[in-house]
Design a protein around this ligand. Structure first.
Ligand code: EPU
Length: 421
């Protein structure tokens, strides 16, 4: 397993380009199962989770080519509708194949995703939603077995806003008979990207960008081409890298509207930020980081996927900040590792109380999940001495070569392949 060796203390400076959004790609790719033929997904990031989804789709019979950042998926010869445990256990987002397979082929057998590094991540809303559309669903030997001759539109009221359940039901409803209404739908930009892709295929979805999606079912969908939106979490992580090192950086190929809340919080913390079309610049030279509280919420609130990185920033702020995660109450695996770097953090239920300190100190730390690992890298960039971040395959799941991007910004970071774990 690879590790990163980071010598902290360099102020980042320079420009870097943001790649396509992981969580958009992971929804766009299975959506092609609703069609027969070649769809083209531009601006697809080259990262481990995308490769995992490619392997799963290839297992069904999808033919893929991935050139630069253009992913072509040919769904003309689907041979299987079974998603085995070996594929699904690697990535929970594999459950996205359930809705499209069921809608298009009338059956799907998908392994239950199982546990997650930071606690329970149920899929009851996906299953209840599909049942509302008329699917018969049974759980057998760790598998979801779903059948439906023809799905039928219905009104679905999600008790909680869920990105994955909204995506799954949205895909399934495109081919259902009649109209489906999803109330309390997720409004995350990745879901809008998916809805736009489905409409390009011939679906009839309205209410995009709102929490009420209305889908009029159609008989068939055709392959289409879509541009994947920029990754707002990659952009946010790199902005914090600029802020924590008191650097000056420019990010290209961003959509600042998708991270408005983060931009505002960074401004409150003392950084100067400017946006211009797809560029975001951050200047944190000579500032003291103000302690700023955040509470995660569904879009457009502060994203849970930026909570760990914000804690890293607050651990060197001038004062005390409270960070609460309301989406995933247990998503705090980074906290004990940040303590090893000298951070002062106390947990009270789902709130981290962080007392900023002047200097973190380098140490060996362990990646446990994607965003937790990102926060350790950020802390390492500013810690005195050397930080080793072990098991960076978690980072590789969701960031395209983050070490290379940080190097381009001047960070002293080195990947050591296949050593310690
Ligand atoms: N929930 C349920 N039942 C369900 C589904 C969700 O109770 O059937 C709950 C969850 O436990 C959670 C909340 O609803 O408390 C929201 O979960 P959601 O379904 O929105 O999450 P997800 O679709 O599984 C996606 C992202 C995550 C991101 C969350 C929240 C993808 C592939 N994953 O997960 O991304 O944290 O939305 O924004 O889109 C990451 O990139 O690091 C990551 C984990």
């Amino acid at each position: 397993m690879d590790k990163f060796i980071i010598n902290g203390g360099t102020k980042l400076s320079g420009k870097v380009k943001i790649d396509g959004a992981k969580n958009a790609s992971l929804a766009l790719m299975p959506a092609t199962l609703l069609t027969n033929g070649k769809s083209i997904l531009r601006n697809t990031p080259r990262l481990r989770d995308v490769n995992t989804m490619i392997s799963l789709l290839e297992f069904f019979g999808v033919e893929t080519t991935f050139t630069d950042h253009t992913l072509t998926l040919d769904t003309s010869n689907i041979k299987s509708q079974n998603a085995p445990y070996e594929h699904v256990k690697k990535m929970r987002a594999s459950v996205y194949v359930l809705g499209p397979l069921l809608a298009k082929y009338g059956r799907a057998k998908v392994s239950l995703p199982g546990g997650c590094a930071w606690g329970p991540r149920p899929i009851n809303l996906h299953i209840e939603g599909l049942k509302k559309l008329g699917a018969e669903i049974e759980l057998e030997e760790g598998y979801i077995i779903a059948k439906a001759k023809k799905l039928v539109g219905a009104e679905i009221n999600f008790e909680k806003s869920s990105v994955g359940a909204t995506g799954n039901i949205l895909m399934a409803a495109t081919l259902a008979k009649g109209t489906t209404i999803i109330n309390n739908a997720a409004k995350e930009p990745e879901i809008n990207n998916l809805a736009q892709f489905l409409n390009k295929m011939g679906a009839r979805i309205s209410g995009i960008n709102t929490s009420k999606l209305i889908i009029e079912g159609v008989n068939e969908l055709s392959p289409a081409t879509i541009d994947t939106i920029p990754d707002r979490i990659e952009a946010g992580t790199l902005l914090i890298a600029g802020a924590i090192t008191k650097g000056k950086i420019e990010l290209q190929n961003c959509n600042f509207e998708h991270i408005n809340i983060l931009i505002n919080k960074l401004k409150e913390s003392g950084c100067k930020l400017f946006v211009n079309n797809d560029l975001i610049t951050l200047d944190a030279s000579n500032i003291d980081i103000n302690p700023i509280d955040i509470s995660t919420a569904v879009y457009p609130g502060f994203p849970t996927d930026m909570q760990a990185q914000w804690i890293a920033l607050m651990s060197v702020a001038k004062g005390v900040a409270n960070v609460t995660d309301n989406i995933y109450l247990d998503r705090f695996n980074h906290v004990p590792e940040l303590l090893r770097l000298g951070a002062s953090i106390k947990m009270i239920e789902n709130t981290a109380i962080i007392t900023g300190i002047k200097k973190l100190k380098g140490a060996k730390v362990m990646s446990t999940d994607l965003r937790a690992s990102a926060s350790l890298v950020l802390a390492g960039l500013v810690a005195d001495g050397t930080t080793e971040v072990l098991r960076v395959y978690h980072l590789d799941r969701g960031y395209q070569l983050i070490d290379e991007k940080l190097k381009m910004l001047g960070a002293d970071i080195k990947r050591v392949e296949g050593t310690e774990y």
